[in-house]
Design a protein around this ligand. Structure first.
Ligand SMILES: Cc1cc2nc3c(=O)[nH]c(=O)nc-3n(C[C@H](O)[C@H](O)[C@H](O)COP(=O)(O)O)c2cc1C
Length: 382
């Protein structure tokens, strides 16, 4: 399963095409919209998210509530387009006096993007590099989640840190319902309150915050992914997908960086046999991945997001017309988008795992995938 997106932040719409979707996957449009809504909310989001109320229009690939084996195309309208008809006009020529953005923002694609594409208007870059694009990814990810649901796999997330406020949560026992009910997606209500206070303080200071969230996946069978070829290794595929999300700067699986400081016996998970449960593990330091494959334990990816680069107290920049010092430009912006990024990350993880499940269990239709999965489960159960 692959996806391609198109669309500018203040253009008419965002478009996604998800290809290699097997037939027979139940698609409930309201579940796609639910994920889009989960991406939009969160303490610390900016004014733009109050304008948009994202809904996906399913353009192709679904009939009578099920996929039919053709690409699934989805479109999400930008309500804000109505306010940008002149600035984002599709047809030319450019009117005299049309405003240009000439003050690139540090921490964004603005400067290198305009140098690379030979534009004198940074808007050409920021419109596409904007994280508004991640709404398309969430819609594509909802299709992948629908396939994973057919095979008993669930992808969820919660926030562990915002700025310097963090909490320790066991991903195996985390109360996901509490995370879902929290506007910072943190299940620990005391930490959540401090996170909100940190966001308020950052907003008052014209600052922004990043943080850390966890994506956990349950219901996986062992052996998905591959050890034999670099391109099959799930760690690399998941890491690449997560790092493709704007502002994501670090990914670790299981104990990740902390394992580097420990001895081997404290890092690797002893293999045990439990009658009824079969061959399993005493612990899950590996975060569900060994040798480039799932090992049947909960998959745990911990992901770091840098602070939002658009600052209301702007950093120094240089005007690309005059080469004079200037304050970086200010687009309407979030103060913190860690809770939203966690929802985008769920989508990226779901897309990788859906593709890896299809590599192992078949591509054509859900019934064949399920039959193959059941035969595999039976073969490895002892
Ligand atoms: C869900 C989400 C929302 C974001 N919202 C904003 C925002 O409002 N303003 C902003 O400047 N950056 C925002 N960002 C971050 C930028 O998109 C990102 O920092 C920028 O593209 C550069 O990141 P990079 O160096 O990792 O590409 C957001 C990121 C995500 C994932």
């Amino acid at each position: 399963m692959h996806y391609v997106t198109a669309g500018e932040s203040h253009g008419k719409a965002l478009v996604t095409v998800v290809s290699s979707v097997p037939a027979g996957v139940s698609i409930d449009g309201s579940l796609i919209d639910k994920d889009l809504a989960r991406r939009q909310v969160g303490y610390g989001r900016g004014g733009r998210m109050r304008i948009e109320s994202d809904r996906a229009l399913i353009v192709s690939g679904v009939r009578f509530g099920k996929t039919i084996g053709s690409p699934v195309a989805l479109s999400i309208s930008n309500k804000d387009w109505d306010n940008w008809l002149d600035v984002m006009a599709v047809n030319g020529p450019r009117p005299d006096g049309s405003p240009r953005v000439t003050a690139p923002r540090p921490g964004h694609a603005d400067l290198a993007g305009s140098q690379k594409t030979n534009t004198d208007d940074v808007r050409d870059i920021l419109e596409r590099a904007s994280a508004r694009e991640t709404a398309s990814r969430v819609a594509a990810g909802a299709v992948a989640k629908a396939l994973l649901a057919e095979v008993g796999v669930k992808v969820e997330s919660y926030v562990e840190r915002i700025g310097s406020v963090d909490c320790v949560i066991d991903p195996e026992t985390v109360d996901i319902a509490a995370a879902e009910a929290s506007d910072v997606r943190c299940p620990d209500s005391v930490a959540a309150q401090s996170m909100r206070a940190a966001i308020d303080a950052a907003a008052s200071a014209g600052e922004s915050l990043g943080g850390v969230f966890v994506v956990r996946v349950t219901g996986l069978v062992p052996g998905v992914g591959g050890y034999a070829e670099a391109s099959q290794r799930l760690d690399a595929r998941l890491g690449g997908a997560l790092l493709s999300i704007p502002a994501i700067k670090g990914v670790e699986f299981g104990d990740g960086f902390a394992s580097a400081a420990r001895v081997g016996s404290q890092v690797h998970d002893p293999i045990i046999y439990v009658p009824g449960a079969g061959i399993t593990r005493e612990s899950n330091h590996a975060g569900g991945l060994e040798g480039g494959m799932t090992n049947g334990q909960t998959l745990v990816a911990r992901v770091a997001m840098k602070p939002i680069p658009t600052l209301m107290k702007p950093l120094a920049s240089v005007d690309i017309d005059t080469l004079q010092p200037i304050d970086a430009s200010r687009e309407r912006s979030d103060v913190c988008a860690v809770p939203a990024a966690a929802v985008v990350a769920e989508a990226e993880v779901a897309l990788v795992l859906a593709a890896a499940y299809m590599d192992k269990f078949g591509h054509d239709c859900v019934e064949d995938i399920r039959a193959s999965l059941n035969a595999y489960r039976e073969r490895i159960a002892r």
